[in-house]
Design a protein around this ligand. Structure first.
Ligand code: GDP
Length: 426
């Protein structure tokens, strides 16, 4: 089959696929098979075709998930040095107060001058909690425990911090009332009086698909601009929440990944989907590395990761980096293939010991760059085992680990996930 004929066959299949009303698994498989048949006729090797089919499937899944989670850019983004008022809404328990402080703290670390206002006059606990969080992070706080009018407190706080030239004034609204209608009314009044530049809806990811109705209800009462999704650590409903929230067409800007102040990540669709599919988050990983290793000492790292050529030397360098960065578990989740088998969640100590053991064995390899597992015969393995004081079984385990990671990384390469650091690209 000449090249033009092959091109023609593939275009016909693609044309047919774009005409289909629904592209389900059957239609997709049929098209892949037809492309495979055309390639076989053109004498392309069967292994290559299988590899290509797997890649096309991965890319299609990846792209679809990205599209689903990408409702567009936020309508408003606060600018450092210019005063912005932000109000944060949802029901009590969603992680609102924690997220207010995390959001303020995130900007404070980047040199902003944030401030927190608590107009919740319904629950004394809410006032104390935000006040304590503010004190811990040294962020100015305004609230009045004896005042009963939330609108008054909100306006006073916003006016005061405007005079103090704070550039990010965050108002944490009450998330509870005797009646839901009263809660919405209070929220609407606070919003009307403080004229926020941005309303952030805080969504608890543990509620799964129910997130859609909740987000819709809030969107109908106030002009929700963006979403922060909380509690994305450790439960299966996160994906459901994200799709539900995305369906409301409000972009997600941050996700909370645990309770601590720093366990808060910028939501970036591609790296996030990449992690969802077990492919890690290279840009997040490179950002983390640059926090601990000066950029000029890591000049080739981004390039190597981009190229996806996964050698034993790269594996060794990644082990070195991982051991330097904390929190350990969070960093591992960013690296393709590093969470599941090598470093299961909750067994950080064990995983660190395992990495160190792998590294001692790799120290005994004369040239890690050229030490291809394919060239590793029994006598070389014995040498490494003896040199590092380990058993040959452990050397074999190390090589298996390498092969597994190399397989994962070859998939990452085929997805063309941006590996450039978010900081570097700014
Ligand atoms: P609020 O009532 O909406 O203001 O919610 P809080 O901020 O008080 O949070 C409710 C609970 O959820 C608290 O125990 C928080 O520590 C916890 N929480 C908040 N965000 C996260 C998160 O991202 N992950 C986890 N695991 N817990 C969180």
């Amino acid at each position: 089959m000449v090249l033009a004929e092959l091109g023609g066959s593939i275009s016909r299949v693609i044309q047919r696929m774009s005409n289909a009303t629904i592209i389900n698994d059957n239609v997709f498989d049929e098209c892949l098979n037809e492309i495979a048949r055309a390639l076989i006729q053109a004498d392309v090797g069967i292994d290559l075709i299988r590899h290509m089919q797997a890649n096309i499937r991965n890319i299609a899944i990846f792209d679809e998930l990205c599209k689903m989670l990408n409702p567009g850019k936020p309508s408003f983004t606060p600018k450092r040095g210019k005063t912005s008022v932000v109000i944060i809404v949802n029901l009590q328990g969603s992680g609102k107060t924690t997220s207010c402080t995390k959001y303020a703290h995130y900007h404070q670390k980047k040199g902003w001058k944030p401030a927190l206002v608590c107009p919740d006059t319904f629950r004394a606990g809410a006032f104390d909690q935000l006040k304590q969080n503010a004190a811990k992070t040294k962020i100015p706080f305004y609230g009045r425990s004896m005042e009963s009018d939330p609108v008054k407190v909100a306006v006073e706080g916003v006016e005061m911090f405007k005079k103090e030239n704070c550039d990010l004034i965050i108002v944490d609204t009450s998330g509870r009332h005797k009646q839901q209608a009263a809660l919405f009314e209070e929220m609407r009044q606070v919003s009307e009086a403080t004229k926020p530049d941005l309303v952030i809806f805080v969504m608890d990811s543990s509620i799964g698909q129910a997130a859609f109705d909740q987000a819709q209800a809030f969107k109908q009462s106030v002009a929700v601009g963006v979403v922060i999704v909380t509690k994305m650590d450790g439960h299966a409903k996160g994906g459901g929440t994200l799709s539900a929230v995305a369906a409301t067409k409000s972009p997600i800007i941050f996700i909370g990944t645990r309770e601590h102040m720093d366990e808060f990540e910028v939501f970036d669709v591609k790296p996030f989907v990449s992690r969802l599919l077990g492919m890690g988050d290279l840009s997040g990983f490179i950002d983390k590395i640059h926090e601990v290793v000066p950029m000029d000492q890591q000049p080739e790292l981004a390039q190597k990761l981009l190229e996806g050529s996964f050698t034993l030397r790269i594996m060794y360098e990644q082990f070195q980096n991982i051991l330097k960065i904390s929190p350990f578990g969070q960093v591992c989740a960013m690296l393709p293939g590093f969470t599941d088998e090598l470093m299961p969640k909750g067994r950080e100590k064990e995983s660190q010991t395992k990495i160190k053991r792998h590294m001692t064995m790799m120290d005994s390899m004369t040239n890690k760059g050229n030490s291809s597992p394919k060239l590793m015969n029994e006598s070389r393995m014995m040498l490494i085992a003896r040199g590092s004081g380990h058993h040959i079984r452990e050397v074999m385990e190390l090589l298996e680990e390498y092969k597994r990671l190399a397989r994962v990384w070859s998939k990452v390469k085929s997805l063309k996930i941006p590996a450039l650091s978010r900081n570097m690209s700014k």
